[in-house]
Write a protein that binds this ligand. Structure first.
Ligand code: SLB
Length: 324
């Protein structure tokens, strides 16, 4: 009897997957003007984490743990979960006793639906043996692939665009890259799904993550007249009519969580964003980036609060990733 109920629940979950996304946290999806271009739902979108071994500010940054999970792992977890592993888990459960073609059909349909909005492949590009070993221990090869990152792209001065170009040069099958930065520990599967959907269905060249800011910004200027002191100048407001939050929509600030970009933009212009870019607005409490040891400490405190459900989810999900 309980198995009948379980099957019924599974069926409902498969047919109406969006109701069962356990990440209740919803980001606001908006986009800039200029949608254009061609529609290609069969785009090979590769999820990519750049994880070099060396780092100055925080030694071995990609392997430092937040809530018991290395930063590189947190990024990969979100990418995998954005693919709808919940459905994959159900498939395994149902495969144990194939009693209905309807179930099989529903699962395939659901997976196809998911495929359209998820990564076709997930990659970690690294020059570091410890990172490679950690990834290989945690995820099977058919779930996460490792790209052996060239040394020249992993120096202190190498830019991300150089590393991404080096990655795609050896992967001609990749049509677009969803670069997820491990330094944004609160990345959620729903945000990645939204970015992938915007890129694939809304005809953008790129989609990246932003946070809304109501900060009043000032510039700093040398006072050339008296040559004595530095003066300030407002950049985004008029001091005579200081904006109030309620009346000001604020500004969109790039938060570094992710950059999804079509191959031709990366290759031809060597940029992550073009003028035909959409964005996903990330809630402020998930937007923190780790640059310094202080950021790391702060993030660890915040993770204890924001992470609860994710930790449980990660445990389940890693099991599924290995099982696939
Ligand atoms: C894709 C990309 O350009 N990533 C760059 C990020 C983002 O500019 C930043 O995360 C935005 O907030 O900054 C760095 O980490 C940095 O300045 O040390 C270098 C890195 O190459």
């Amino acid at each position: 009897m309980s198995s009948v109920i379980a099957r019924a629940l599974a069926m409902i979950t498969i047919v109406f997957p969006s109701y069962f996304d356990w990440n209740a946290e919803q980001s606001v999806v908006k986009s800039t003007a200029f949608p254009s271009g061609s529609s290609d739902s069969a785009l090979h979108l590769a999820g990519l984490v750049l994880a070099r071994g060396g780092s100055k500010g925080i030694p071995r940054k990609n392997l430092v743990e937040v809530n018991g999970r290395p930063l590189v792992g947190r990024a990969i977890d979100a990418m995998i979960e954005s693919q709808g592993l919940f459905q994959a888990k159900l498939r395994k459960y149902l495969d144990k006793d194939i009693s209905s073609l309807v179930f099989q059909f529903s699962i395939s349909a659901s997976l196809l639906y998911r495929c359209q909005i998820a990564f076709k492949s997930i990659w970690v590009s690294t020059d570091d043996e410890d990172i490679s070993n950690w990834v290989r221990r945690e995820f099977s090869e058919d779930v996460v692939s490792i790209h052996k990152r060239a040394a020249y792209t992993a120096t202190d001065s190498a830019t991300s665009i150089v590393a991404v170009l080096e990655f795609i040069a050896s992967h001609p099958e990749v049509d677009a890259v969803g670069l997820v930065q491990a330094t944004s520990p609160f990345v959620q599967p729903t945000y990645l799904k939204e970015a992938a959907t915007l890129l694939q269905n809304q005809h953008y060249d790129s989609v990246f993550s932003v946070t809304r800011s109501h900060q009043l910004r000032w510039s700093r200027m040398e006072n050339h007249v008296s040559n004595k002191h530095v003066i300030t100048k407002p950049l985004n407001f008029n001091p005579k009519s200081r904006p109030r939050r309620q009346e000001w929509e604020g500004e969109m600030v790039e938060n570094g969580m992710f950059y999804f970009t079509l191959r031709h933009v990366l290759v031809n212009y060597q940029v992550f964003q073009s003028e035909n870019s959409g964005y996903v607005e990330i809630p402020k409490h998930h937007s923190m980036e780790i640059d310094t040891m202080e950021d790391l400490e702060l993030v660890r405190c915040l993770a204890a609060k924001f992470d609860k459900r994710n930790v449980e989810t990660n445990l389940n999900m890693n099991d599924s990733a290995k099982e696939l």
